[in-house]
Ligand binder design. Sequence first.
Ligand code: C2O
Ligand code: CU
Length: 488
Amino acid sequence: MSMLHPPALGRRGLARGAAALAALGALRGLPQAQAQAAPGRGTGPSTVRLTARPGRVALVGAPHPETAIWGYDGSVPGPEIRLRQGERLHVMLQNKLPQDTTIHWHGLRGPNAMDGVPHLTQPPVPPGGHFTYAFDVPDAGTFWYHPHARSFEQVGRGLHGALVVEEREPVLRVDRDLTWVLGDWRLLPDASISEDFDGLHDMAHAGRIGNTVTINGRVPDAPFAVRAGERIRLRLLNAATGRIFALEFAGHAPVVVALDGQPVEPHAPPEGRVVLGPGMRADLVLDMGGAPGQRFMVTDSFYPRLAYRLIDIAYADTAPLRADPLDAPARLPANPLAEPDLGPRAARHEVVLGGGMMGRLEGAELHGEHLPMRELLRRGLAWAVNGVAAAGHAQAPHFVLPRGRSAVLTLRNDTAWWHPIHLHGHSFRVLSRDGVPTRFREWQDTVLMRPRETAEIAFVADNPGDWMLHCHVLAHQSGGMAAMFRVT
Ligand code: C2O
Ligand code: CU
């Protein structure tokens, strides 16, 4: 059974705060903290209909006009889809956009034919067309959905939504289960979206980073209302096309319980900052340990000179919900992921990311032909994977993995830029970074790589098909940082 929760329903925790960025310092709006009821609703299989279409949304709020967006059912974010682990996702997509589109189910380990990559796993859905996605969801966790056609534009215009798969048994007891879809927009002074999606400068640098950050499709202008003593599960999703977030919750000690949907040993985020590259998710347990009437700030300091206050946390004046603090949150039950064998039988491949400004790449191969950088730029490309620049989704595989074989990939960022590298069809363990073993060997579907960083990841290639591996800075992806691998 699948259920839709329009973001307008169950809205709670409205509050007054501020998150306008430099260029739009005066713009303001209303946040929506999506509140979800306890799991277990619904009675039978149902089809979710999602219409990708233009709409108008009060991103910034009065006195600014509404913003023309593209959204699922015309809203930003799209409706939150909720289902239970093991249930069948059944979505009928209707395309009412002026372009081809698809839906990719980011992080869900579904069958290849349902992966939503145009020309690779399905024909694109033309304007006026439709396509039905149906598959069983193996893993519980926080996932999301977005187009894979011109995603640098379509996601950036508002086509993105959260997909929450609830655990079979509610092991983690919380008072509220909330989702914050973090969005980033480049708005003009009239609150309309700047049309410069194809900008070469953005493409060859950090991507198209905006000037306006939203929580669930609104610039927060009211605080996040909480009650002393309550425990909140906060599902964070970075749906931005280029912006990286580093959130700090002053006065609070968030505990990370899942990354990219996959349970992780509960831990405090390093230096208290929850860092999320585009595409990434983190599930936090937040114990509201403040006193009635207190106020705190949530800030984003990823770009140090552009740190800003995202939203305030405001405690209600009512008495605490409980007298004693709760025990440390339980570890979420593991999802059924096969454990990679790191021994000599594993297939090992190097994946070198190259290109961009201030990089060493002098050229790359495109359709079998070596082209110098300036020629690549003329074609809107600036990035390469193992020396090959991708134009579009259909391409020869970079490597082929026999089904069931463990794979260890060494990802080498040979550029001056950050890249959240995403794999389709599989979650992987992050084994090491710059040769240092990671503390939690966390499962991820997207690994955020610093400039010049090397990361070692491992997974069992147990999902047959042609799968993308690409940067989730979507202007980098369209600018060539994409590859395909095949599991046979
Ligand atoms: Cu979320 Cu290939 O993408
Ligand atoms: Cu990138």
